[in-house]
Design a protein around this ligand. Structure first.
Ligand code: NAD
Length: 520
């Protein structure tokens, strides 16, 4: 998107239309409970990737506005942390109801700004909604521990207390799910929050914040700011921000991890991926092909758990032929087209990058079994479309294999044995997910034990755990030690306090001992 200045935008007057009534609308900041026009002179166009239409304009939130957001969050913290947990839970109970009510509105916004199909956009919202449902039971999740009589008349117990102001930095590919991985967990634990949506598709975050307000979330508990590198750096550097949740690329994630850690913050950083599907000769052919096509090309490959790489154990030829047959009938169109299987990729730059990887694969000896680069979608000629693309004879030294492509491109490798296949997967730097397709329990068990990936699928192509577990990427796909949502998510957004209490009649005259106290 182009960044440009609006010369007089800082001279906002009462007569000027608010963010909602401008054409195109401006994306507001949310500060202390009010959705407000930014005073920034710099904006980025939010672009519909199927049409290139400007959907809205996103301000680069000014430093002053950022400080006001942090200050609002800081001010809201003392009373929010002391709000009964049951009240906090009930707000989430209401929020999940409102998200269901406005599911279609959220989905159409996601399709318009991000490009994915409407059905997939509903899935995006639904997987986030499940986190909201889960945090409705926060009282049990946040419970402490108690050991009575650790010494005579002395008990120790632990409390999980909120941290204070926390922040979340989001990627473009799940505009609803990822903000919902973050703020519901953080605020239900008693923290206040600064959310920085992706500059490419901020709309769903704004709708979710409106719903949170309607559900009764007090002013200042959730705030939203916008921008790119500068605002992210401001979040990393701010002394009042205690913890940062990040989801996105490795370049940004490792930068944020280092910069925020230097300021003593907690960071959980979910990053890039190269997820492998290992197909054994005994796998159920139809079910496996369906899984590979859905997980390889769904959302145009723009999922961090997309199955972008297949390793066929034994002869790959019959599999590849059938894979091409299944993939070439997929319908590529705007996400609003009810028949569409996959929509456009996020930007022209993303399309160029993906095409470069395909070309580099071909040049380094891979065989292009299906080429989606030159697709034209009638009625959407300007869209950033790439059709399903399949490269075979791929080897681990190729650029297209080493880097995350993040597009509708499936790479096919071949291995002589299960051991070979496991070796290939384990040598890859990423460790988000890996799946095996087999009818043998023995094979599946060996795979589960030896594979170095955080999320393992057995005949399941996208093994993203529901919120009672956590999202457990590993190796270069994750930095930090407390994962998103589930028990680890609650631990991330809380700190432990232990209390040791003594309630007993202490006889007088027993004297003073300066020795280290030990259990009696
Ligand atoms: P991105 O890293 O470009 O952007 C993510 C966020 O970081 C945005 O809010 C952006 O404004 C900010 N940002 C980008 N570059 C920055 C920099 N140099 N300094 C500071 N901030 C910066 O990622 P994206 O393209 O929006 O998302 C795609 C990536 O996200 C893929 O790599 C994908 O695998 C990953 N992803 C991972 C998971 C996961 O759970 N592991 C989930 C979704 C997406």
């Amino acid at each position: 998107p182009r960044i440009f200045g609006l010369s007089n935008s800082h001279l906002s007057t009462a007569a000027e239309p608010s963010w909602k009534h401008r054409n195109p609308p401006r994306v507001p900041n949310l500060i202390g409970g009010s959705f407000v026009d930014s005073q920034s002179a710099e904006f980025i166009d939010v672009i519909n990737p199927a049409t290139q239409e400007v959907v809205s304009q996103l301000p680069l939130t000014t430093d002053e506005e950022f400080k006001a957001a942090v200050s609002a969050a800081k001010q809201a913290f003392p009373s929010w942390r002391n709000t009964p947990i049951t009240t906090r839970q009930r707000i989430m109970l209401k929020l999940q109801e409102l998200i269901r009510r406005d599911m279609d509105k959220l989905a159409i916004n996601i399709t318009t700004e991000q490009g994915k199909t409407l059905k997939d956009a509903q899935g995006d919202v639904f997987r986030g909604l499940e986190v909201v449902e889960h945090v409705c039971g926060m009282a049990s999740l946040q419970m402490g521990e108690y050991v009575p009589n650790v010494s005579n008349g002395i008990d120790t117990y632990s409390l999980r207390e909120p941290l204070g102001v926390c922040a979340g930095i989001c990627p473009f590919n799940f505009p609803a799910m990822i903000p919902l991985w973050m703020f519901p967990v953080a605020v239900t634990c008693g923290n206040t929050f600064i959310l920085k949506p992706s500059e490419k598709d901020p709309g769903a975050s704004i709708i979710l914040a409106e719903l949170a307000k309607e559900a009764g979330l007090p002013d200042g508990v959730l705030n939203i700011v916008h921008g790119t590198n500068d605002i992210v750096n401001a979040i990393c550097d701010d002394d009042d921000v205690r913890a940062i949740s990040f989801v996105g690329s490795n370049t940004a994630g490792m930068h944020i991890y280092a910069r925020a850690a230097a300021k003593g913050k907690r960071v959980q950083s979910n990053m890039g991926a190269k997820n492998h599907g290992v197909v054994m000769p005994d796998a159920n052919m139809d079910a496996t092909l369906n899984s590979l096509v859905a997980a390889g090309f769904g959302a145009a490959g723009q999922r961090c758990m997309a199955l972008s790489t297949v390793v066929f154990v034994g002869s790959s030829k019959p599999w590849e032929n059938k894979l091409v047959e299944c993939a070439k009938v997929l319908k590529v169109s705007a996400g609003t087209d009810p028949g569409a299987d996959l929509g456009p990729v996020i930007s022209k730059q993303a399309k160029e990058r993906i095409c470069r990887f395909i070309q580099s694969g071909v040049e380094s000896g891979a065989k292009l079994l299906l080429d989606g680069r030159n697709i034209v979608v009638p009625g959407y000629e300007q869209g950033n479309f790439i059709g399903p693309t399949i490269l075979s004879n791929v080897t681990p030294d190729m650029e297209c294999y080493k880097e995350e492509i993040f597009g509708p491109v499936l790479l096919c490798l071949q291995a002589d044995s299960l051991e070979d296949a496991i070796n290939i997967v384990n040598k890859n730097k990423y460790g988000n997910g890996a799946s095996i397709f087999t009818t043998s329990g023995v094979v599946a068990r060996k795979f589960q034990t030896e594979i170095e990936a955080g999320q393992v699928g057995i005949n399941v192509p996208i093994p993203v755990p529901l919120p009672f577990f956590s999202f457990t990427g590993s190796k270069a796909s994750f930095a930090g030690d407390l994962n998103f949502y589930g028990k680890a998510g609650v631990q991330f957004y809380t700190q432990i306090k232990t209390v040791t209490q003594q309630w007993k009649d202490v006889p007088g005259g027993s004297g003073v001992s300066l020795a280290m106290p030990t259990s009696q």
